[in-house]
Design a protein around this ligand. Structure first.
Ligand code: H57
Length: 419
């Protein structure tokens, strides 16, 4: 049964170590990049515009990202204060962005560019000390054996009305084997698309065991929108803070004890979308990152790469601002864990390894704020920015903070609490 996949799974020491690294890292770049980027209409364009396989297959011949410069990407990632990259090795369109041998439907065999961008990126990541994760779609609108069809891809793809499901799973496992064999140490595998066929036999037990056998340290996560399945090493939330389910599809019963990650878009799209200029402000993204950290969750922020291989300038601007913020305030985010007070409308708390609690005031209505009591007596409360004492009163109802307007920061007023 899929829901109990690798039920005897016990993470190795290396895996546990990587989970700690992951939780310390806090901030990563999500990259959606594929032949769909050419059309500038998001990564679901094949489905949304009902483009059949035989037409969509023309796209790779136009994919020629001559301006792709992995050193530039990775330097940008570092400048943004990010510690890892999660990139699409294959999205729902089924096109492999690397040198796959099990199918020629890949970047090396089908595009004029002809180079393995994942390999180029991995080499650069190794050079600059950034971990690389692969997003791999289980859903596949291209493979003829992805049959019976799932909830999506019904009708439009023009695939035959039959196929061998197990051949598809074999194919996927072979591609995963390639990814975990030919690219050195992989940070993790980030699955997506199982929700397309909730009742199929995904043979997850086999897939998860295979991954952990090939690279025991690699972290497995899946965007299946349900509670973690044995064999997974972290739990993720698409465009939601853990447990909030504002999107309506993260039907996860619980926030598990696994490391957590939330992914978010900079505008409203994952893949490059020319129509979508609805960019979120850096202030809003920083505040979401802080709240995620308050849940102990990583913030995986997406950029829809352009077909020429460049990062959108609007996204660069945002990343630079976030990096500057982290340069200054990173102590209150990196290496922390979820704070003693669950994130609230007013903000969040994080806790450093030495027990220091950081209170992040993201939204102050006026100068007084009552927050829940902390577990233990407060020894000192100071402003992170200048070390000045914070005025507060411990009451029966919690802690009453007095934060004069002059001390309030527009993005995040951080208090340092010693207990
Ligand atoms: O890669 C990005 C993101 C990380 N996940 C992909 C997107 O392309 C899927 C978007 N997820 C939205 C979603 C949530 C539930 C299902 C889709 C028909 C039946 C089920 C779906 C549609 Fe829905």
């Amino acid at each position: 049964n899929t829901l109990f996949a690798q039920s005897d799974y016990k993470p190795t020491d290396k895996n546990i170590e990587n989970r700690e690294w992951f939780q310390d890292a806090k901030f990563g770049l999500f990259i959606h990049w594929g032949v769909y980027s050419i059309l500038g209409d998001g990564e679901w364009v094949m489905n949304n515009q009902k483009i059949p396989v035989y037409q969509y297959e023309k796209l790779p011949s136009f994919f020629n990202p001559t301006q792709f410069d992995p050193a530039e990407w990775v330097s940008m990632v570092k400048k943004a204060g990010m510690k890892y990259i999660t990139i699409t090795s294959k999205h729902h369109d089924g096109f492999a962005m690397y040198d796959s041998k099990v199918s020629d439907y890949n970047i090396v065999d089908r595009t004029p560019y002809g180079k393995d961008v994942l390999k180029m990126l991995k080499d650069e990541c190794d050079k600059q000390g950034i971990k690389l994760f692969f997003y791999h779609s289980q859903l596949d609108w291209h493979h003829p054996d992805y049959f019976p069809l799932g909830r999506t891809g019904q009708g439009f793809t023009g695939r035959p009305d039959n196929g061998n499901w197990n051949d598809y799973i074999d194919y996927m496992n072979t591609q995963l084997t390639e990814l975990l064999t030919n690219y050195g140490e992989v940070g993790g595998i980030w699955f997506d698309g199982m929700w397309d066929k909730p009742n199929a036999d995904w043979r997850l037990d086999e897939t998860y065991s295979l991954i952990h056998k090939l690279q025991p340290g690699t972290l497995v996560g899946s965007n299946h929108h349900i509670s973690p399945i044995p064999g997974e090493d972290f739990q993720m939330f698409e465009r939601d803070l853990p447990g909030e389910n504002t999107m309506g599809f993260n039907q996860t019963g619980t926030i598990s004890e696994l490391p957590l990650e939330m992914c978010e878009t900079m505008n409203g799209s994952w893949g490059f979308n020319l129509q979508d200029k609805n960019y979120k402000s850096s202030k809003r993204l920083i505040q979401t990152m802080v709240k995620a950290a308050g849940y102990g969750a990583n913030f995986l922020l997406n950029t829809g790469l352009m077909p020429n291989g460049k990062i959108q300038t609007e996204n660069i601007d945002t990343l630079v601002v976030m990096g500057k913020w982290l340069d200054k305030y990173g102590e209150t985010i990196y290496n922390t864990r979820r704070g003693p007070i669950k994130p609230q409308d007013w903000g969040a708390t994080t806790v450093a390894k030495d027990g220091t609690v950081f209170i992040h005031l993201l939204e102050m209505k006026d100068e007084n704020l009552l927050i829940p009591a902390l577990p233990g007596k407060i020894k000192s409360a100071t402003y992170w920015a200048n070390g000045e004492k914070v005025k507060y009163k411990e009451t029966d109802y919690g802690i009453l903070l007095h934060i004069p307007k002059s001390k309030q920061d527009n993005v995040d007023t951080i208090l340092r609490i010693k207990m």
